[in-house]
Structure formats: structure tokens, C-alpha cells
Design a protein around this ligand. Structure first.
Ligand code: ADP
Ligand code: ADP
Length: 211
């Protein structure tokens, strides 16, 4: 299956992507994770992306599209993939359609995770990540064993001012994607509120992959 996840920052895309990709046996490709790994590694790509990420703005399309095209060209993505965090505007969606067309294939489904601003602010504010494992926790909803551990960090873009800008960027640039995929008959929308496992079942049911 070739699937993209759409939804505001904090809707639970990364959390669900991990589980759904594993259940479907397809690679999870998260552009935010790839950018963050490049920033930590101090690569040229990371240097280009960092200032945009810190501000909560989108990294320019040229940089992002090339990175995704390279990733999708890898063997493990040939028979299916789950894209998390890409596309993030209509231009990127068109580029993705072009990449797939050139490879003789098409996207199956765009899964939208719907959550209110209040809920995503709560989720982003409490998000903590383990340095050693990359696992994503939430102080209240999925608490780590030791919330004061040095192993945990808060993403720089999960600060209140940056969260505000990310929500604005989502509304202005990413939300129009929903209409783009609706027009293609590929949009599937689910409520992202509820326990993680409950949202996963809803998602699998909606994309027709329930076991
Ligand atoms: P996104 O990738 O959309 O930004 P994440 O998957 O990182 O979102 O989730 C944001 C935060 O919300 C994380 O701290 C995560 O643990 C928490 N979270 C994810 N799904 C749920 C859920 N169903 N209920 C409560 N908290 C959740
Ligand atoms: P979120 O929790 O907001 O869903 P992500 O981890 O997907 O966050 O993205 C973090 C940041 O990485 C974004 O705010 C943006 O700066 C950059 N980024 C990730 N994916 C893209 C993309 N497809 N296009 C442009 N910038 C991106």
C-alpha cells in the first residue's frame, strides 16, 4: 500500500505511522525524522533545514522534494510506503504524484488525522523524546518511567511560540491538501481523539486494512 498521513502537528501522525507501517509491513518515511537526523549530524542538508525547522516554517520545496525522491527510490519503498509529514503543501503533492507516475504507480490513500487545536497544543506541549531510542512519550498520556531523566528532551519546535506558528503554517499551507486528495477520491478521514490503539484500529478500518 502507498499511503500518506495528513494532519496538524501533534495529531499523532508519527505515533500511528510507526504502528501502521509495522502492521502493513511497509517502510515508514518521516520527513521530520530525516531532517532532524541531518540536523544532529551537521550535514549540508541539516544546515539548510535547521533555521526553518526552528522557526516552525516549512523547509523549501526543492530541498524537501529531492530528499523524498531519493528516499522513495530505495528498494524497500518499491512495493509500498507510509509517508509521514510529506506532502505538506499542494506543490509537494503534485511532485509526489509525478514521482509515482514516473515509477509507473500511484498513491492509494491519504489518511487525515483530525484533532482540534486545543488537543494538539496539549499533545505537543507534553511531548518528550528519548535521546537513546528515539521513542516519543507524553508526560501525561504516555509517561516515561522517569520524567526527569537526562535521556529525555523536548523538541525545540515544541515551545509555545513555535507551536503557534506551526499551526498557522498547517492551516495556510497544509490543510488545502485535504481538498486536493478529496478531488482525487483518495481522502480518508478519521477522528484522532482517543487511545492510541483505538485510533490505530480506526485507521486500519478506514483504509481497508483491518485484520
Ligand atoms: P505528530 O507526528 O502528528 O506531530 P506525535 O505522534 O509525535 O504527533 O504525537 C504528539 C504527542 O502526542 C506525543 O507526545 C505522543 O506521545 C502523544 N500522542 C500520540 N497519540 C496520542 C493519543 N491517541 N492520545 C494522547 N496522546 C497521544
Ligand atoms: P510535526 O510534529 O509538526 O508533524 P514533523 O516532525 O513532521 O513535525 O516536522 C518538523 C519540521 O520539519 C517541520 O516544522 C518543518 O520545518 C520540517 N518538515 C518536515 N516535513 C516537511 C515537509 N514535507 N516540507 C517542509 N518542511 C518539512
Amino acid at each position: 500500500m502507498r499511503l500518506v498521513l495528513v494532519g496538524p502537528p501533534g495529531a499523532g501522525k508519527g505515533t500511528q505511522a510507526e504502528i501502521i507501517a509495522e502492521r502493513l509491513g511497509i517502510p515508514k518515511i518521516s520527513t521530520g525524522d530525516i531532517f532532524r537526523a541531518n540536523v544532529s549530524g551537521g550535514t549540508p542538508l541539516g544546515l539548510k533545514a535547521k533555521e526553518y525547522m526552528d522557526a516552525g516554517d516549512l523547509v523549501p520545496d526543492e530541498v524537501t522534494n529531492d530528499m523524498v525522491a531519493d528516499r522513495l527510490a530505495q528498494d524497500d519503498a518499491r512495493d509500498g510506503f507510509l509517508l509521514d509529514g510529506y506532502p505538506r503543501n499542494t506543490e509537494q503533492a503534485k511532485v509526489l504524484d509525478g514521482i509515482l507516475k514516473a515509477a509507473g504507480t500511484v498513491l492509494d490513500t491519504a489518511l487525515e488525522l483530525v484533532a482540534s487545536d486545543d488537543e494538539v497544543v496539549r499533545r505537543l506541549s507534553g511531548r518528550r523524546v528519548s535521546k537513546s531510542t528515539g521513542k516519543v512519550y507524553h508526560l501525561e498520556f504516555d509517561p516515561p518511567a522517569d520524567p526527569d531523566s537526562d535521556d529525555l528532551f523536548q523538541r525545540t519546535d515544541d515551545q509555545p511560540e513555535t507551536i503557534k506558528n506551526r499551526l498557522k503554517v498547517y492551516a495556510e499551507q497544509t490543510a488545502p491538501l485535504v481538498g486536493y486528495y478529496e478531488a482525487q477520491g483518495k481522502l480518508v478521514r478519521i477522528d484522532a481523539i482517543g487511545e492510541v490503539a483505538e485510533v490505530t484500529e480506526r485507521a486500519l478500518g478506514a483504509i481497508g486494512a483491518a485484520e
